[in-house]
Design a protein around this ligand. Structure first.
Ligand SMILES: [Mn+2]
Length: 324
């Protein structure tokens, strides 16, 4: 069996050259350059977002397709989607070890993680365990480590005490995310008391968000907690102290467009100042700028002013009208 080769690069031209040499690119997207695609077109970002996720296609349709020539080029972080795709393409574990419920869950988490409670899904604890592995860095060693963790998970599985640890660790993360909530704001900028049952509320999303009571929540947290914060409000303004940056997001495109019109948050970025930007559903403060917690509150105010200008709150089912 030929040894696994993983080339990690931050460079579009290098990825193209390796692809031309016969490496298969897996999720090789380079911002404005676009994606480097090989024979199997294994990306689903940006201009390739019409395609299905890579683990889903690799496990379902392409198992073992690169077993004889397991050379891959990658970029960015070794997430479960990319790593499982490599494991399946290279046939590193028997096909029967990759349950359909597992690769479908990996795909779901990759495409739309918000509102997904892993622990109520089949194979959810296994996936959470993988996500919690330490030292999974965005480089070749990180990918190799992630591939070996994934292989271990699929071949050996995890012990009962590891399952317990994975569940407890995620409970801790969610608790810290809740503790990070600074303020919940109504349309007029008033502060709302936090409801007591946040974790069990549904995510605030969909066309009805225009009539929700409190549209914006401001948070400051050291853990990722968007799955928790979107249960409070459909717009999250998050301050990360360590990076001194503000991130702003909506749970999905439909929700972003119900509030900000076609293109979602793209309509808002120019109103937040020079250098703010991102995608339709998430983005933030300018690269390199250092912001303070008070800037997050200020951002929330600006968002509310913008929405007031657009005629919010609206009765449920009202359609979008651009701000006057
Ligand atoms: Mn992916």
């Amino acid at each position: 069996m030929n040894p696994l080769v993983i080339a990690h690069t931050h460079d579009y031209d290098t990825a193209c050259r390796l692809r031309d040499d016969g490496y298969e690119p897996v999720e090789c997207a380079f911002g404005q350059h676009g994606s480097v695609l090989g024979k199997y077109a294994l990306d689903h970002h940006g201009t390739e977002s019409h395609r299905e996720g890579v683990a889903l296609r690799a496990c379902r349709d392409l198992y073992g397709a690169r077993k004889r020539d397991p050379r891959f080029v990658v970029t960015g972080t070794p997430d479960a989607d990319a790593v499982l795709a490599i494991v399946a393409l290279a046939g590193l574990v028997p096909k029967a070890n990759i349950a359909e419920s597992f690769y479908r869950l990996v795909d779901r988490q990759d495409v739309d993680p918000i509102g997904l409670d892993l622990f109520s899904e089949t194979s959810g604890v296994e996936l959470a365990w993988f996500n919690q592995r330490p030292d999974i860095y965005p480089n070749e060693a990180g990918f190799r480590r992630a591939v070996s963790e994934m292989t271990h998970l699929l071949e050996v599985g995890i012990a009962p005490e590891e399952r317990e640890r994975a569940i407890a660790s995620d409970r801790g993360r969610r608790r810290r995310a809740l503790e990070g909530i600074i303020g919940l704001y109504t349309w007029r900028g008033g502060r709302r008391e936090m409801p007591p049952d946040v974790e069990h509320r549904p995510v605030c999303r969909g066309p009805g968000v225009g009539s929700t009571e409190a549209p914006v929540v401001v948070v400051q947290s050291t853990v990722w907690g968007f799955d928790v914060w979107y249960r409070m409000a459909p717009i999250v303004v998050s301050f990360a102290a360590r990076q001194a940056k503000v991130t702003l997001g909506c749970p999905d495109r439909e929700t972003a467009e119900a509030l900000f019109g076609p293109g979602g948050l793209q309509n808002l970025w120019p109103h937040l100042g020079v250098g703010w930007g991102g995608r339709e559903t998430v983005g933030g403060s300018p690269r390199g700028a250092r912001l303070a917690a008070s800037d997050a509150e200020h951002t929330a105010r600006t968002v509310l002013e913008y929405l007031e200008g657009a005629g919010f709150p609206r009765p449920a089912g009202g359609s979008f009208a651009p701000p006057s």
